[in-house]
Design a protein around this ligand. Structure first.
Ligand SMILES: Cc1ncc(COP(=O)(O)O)c(C=O)c1O
Length: 404
């Protein structure tokens, strides 16, 4: 399509890229497609009946307030409930250290807005969540990827990179890290690395943006401490969301951090959307007050554990030799590595013909690597589709292997 209005667009708009994942998701909405592509929670985890009751109750008792504008920082009752919830994480937060956002995605965008000047460097995992990378590069950030291994971001390479960037005169603003069941790899950062990365941020005076949507979606084992609970000077900003523990359709999330940074984020949010819908905040506050969030979360975790186990069983049954995949203890994704000679983008074309979709791992690599990797979601599809989808995918892989 020719761009008739090109001359009107800002320089910043030219930096913007459409998310490769959103584009694939459009394809996957075809009714006969089996999609492992999106990071979609299962609709079976949505507590529709409870939410219907709570919404009706809420409208009877506080409809007038719920339908009015709210404060930009978010509903005080909800923020107070979240502060209480975080006590189990060893965090002692005042409501001033918490703001509500319209999804974590908005928080990522606001971080870009308040921290990044064009040309500043953001350090991120290699690979890392595409929505975060796009949010930062929209503001002109240069993304520098730090390789991960099976324990997450490598602190030794992080420090080496920082030193070399500083020697070149680069300005580095923050480390973007997803410590729990990372998107896309599913790996979790152990305590020792969390501490090391915090020490590195302190030594080089950097902020840490800890993005943790999957933390509570843990199938087994003990949670590692949140990075914000290991650091006492407000250097860590943590992004949390209801998307994976309740329902992404609420578009409800929260950020915790130093009150000064929270205040700056609140100011920048005013221009974005004035406030996150008070209607939604009040429903979710009631849902938490009734103790239903944890009950539903347990059901969700049980459901996803079964789905992970089933997906792994199908992988073991159908995948040819030479294919490797992660076995995560939480989150929503497996990360698959194909033989180095294979290209996941070509494989995707074949897979789409066979009516199965995934996301190419390369979209998560800010340096265009990872051409032989792919991300597979296991939370969305039920057993029948999972089995059939993995069978079709394995068939596509075999055909690609034979033609290579
Ligand atoms: C790592 C990460 N951060 C942020 C988000 C955005 O979440 P939300 O639905 O709260 O905007 C996602 C969504 O999948 C994600 O995986």
């Amino acid at each position: 399509m020719t761009e008739t209005f090109n001359r009107f667009y800002s320089d910043a708009s030219h930096l913007m890229k459409k998310s490769a994942i959103r584009e694939i998701l459009k394809l996957t909405q075809r009714p006969d497609m089996i999609s492992f592509a999106g990071g979609l929670p299962s609709p079976d985890s949505f507590p529709i009946e409870d939410l219907k009751k709570i919404t009706s109750e809420m409208m009877d008792e506080e409809g007038k307030e719920a339908l009015q504008y709210g404060t930009t920082e978010g509903d005080l009752r909800l923020r107070t409930l979240l502060a209480e919830r975080h006590r189990k994480d060893g965090l002692n937060l005042s409501p001033a250290s918490i703001m509500i956002t319209t999804g974590s995605q908005q928080a990522l965008d606001l971080c870009g807005k308040i921290f990044i000047n064009r040309g500043d460097v953001v350090l991120c995992g290699l690979p890392s969540y595409l929505g975060g990378l796009n949010a930062f590069s929209n503001y002109g950030a240069k993304l520098k990827g730090i390789p991960l291994d099976d324990q997450g971001m490598r602190p030794d390479l992080l420090e080496k990179t920082i030193v070399s960037l500083k020697n070149d005169g680069s300005i580095i603003k923050f480390i973007y890290i997803i410590p729990d069941f990372q998107n896309p790899t599913g790996v979790t950062l152990p305590l020792s690395r969390r501490l090391e990365i915090i020490r590195i941020a302190e030594r080089h005076d950097l902020i840490i943006v800890e993005d943790s949507p999957y933390r509570d979606v843990r199938f087994e084992g003990t949670p590692e401490p949140m990075m914000s609970s290991l650091e006492t000077h407000g250097r860590v900003l943590t992004l949390n969301t209801f998307s994976k523990i309740l329902a992404p359709g609420f578009r409800l999330a929260w950020v915790t951090g130093h009150p000064e940074i929270i205040d700056k984020l609140v100011t920048s949010k005013q221009a974005a959307d004035l406030c996150t819908p008070p209607f939604v905040q009040r429903i979710v506050a009631r849902y938490i007050e009734k103790g239903l969030l944890d009950v539903n979360l347990k059901k969700t975790v049980d459901l996803y554990r079964n789905r992970r186990d089933y997906m792994l069983r199908c992988f073991r049954e159908y995948m040819p030799d030479g294919i490797k995949w992660t076995e995560p203890s939480g989150g929503l994704f497996l990360f698959v590595t194909l033989p180095p000679s294979m290209d996941a983008a070509r494989l995707l074309e074949k897979a789409i013909q066979k009516k199965v979709a995934f996301v190419c791992g390369s979209v998560f690599y800010c340096n265009n690597e990872g051409h032989n990797t792919m991300r597979i979601n296991f939370s969305f599809t039920g057993e029948k589709d999972t089995c059939e989808g993995v069978r079709r995918l394995a068939e596509a892989i075999r055909e690609e292997m034979a033609s290579a």
